[in-house]
Design a protein. Sequence first.
Length: 288
Amino acid sequence: MVAFVPVASAQGAHPGERGVQLELQPGAEPPEEIELPLRPVGAEDLLEITVFEIPELSRTVRVTEKGTISLPLLGEVPAGGLTPGMLEGRIREKLAEKYLHDPQVSVFVREYGSKRVSVLGAVGKPGSYEMLGARSLLQVLAQAGGLTEQVGSVLYVIPGSAEAGDRHIVDVADLMANRDPSLNVDIRPGDIVSVPMERQLYIYVDGAVKTPGRIEQPSSRPLTLLQAIAKAGGPTERANLKRVQVLRQGAGGVQQAIAASVHRIKKGEDPDPILHDGDVVAVAETFF
């Protein structure tokens, strides 16, 4: 039986290039070498390049969109697609060709600008997040602080590259409440997760109600006449519930006055009308 104990990474190993090493217990057979995936350098990555004992050649540089970096003596050096260790070797070779004898070079990735995902809209902490491993949509949303109360009915996953195809439309209720696993799509570096805020409807209630004013209502949950009056605190004692009007802007800006009777609606004799954005509910008073 072979037993392994994880120990610290080897000295000089670069983040992402080497994981833990495996130390054998006494009497155990040596394991097969395990190759872990290497993370290549990409555009917008921030690199800390050190030439030991020659601080004038050390630099902190950001990889350009073309995948290159600019260094003293060497000028523009291709870096995109290389691992930090491979880039070390390239810089070492170029310095040794003309300038230095056996230069010692270190490349450290301070920031993976190319491995980021942007989360926008109705989340707790919108912004750009570093991706150092595989992430699902739910994991990315959790990292961004989760969805807020203003979230709309759908969100969009926009691929970072044209080759990845069109945007994905995700139903928020199916993803969060129904836990549809097919909607928990994989997120890749460069992707944008756009979470639109719910469009609000504005209804105005005036006249013989206890708290007249503006009512805000999410567009996905339409408001009826009776609901609007209830949200306005209900009718006052002087309200004439047989004479209620819904004032609505029609085509060409012409105002329409739609008469309604709360008594008939409550008896089921008339339907409870759905209000539109910008409607004004006017509840008349009774005069004795």
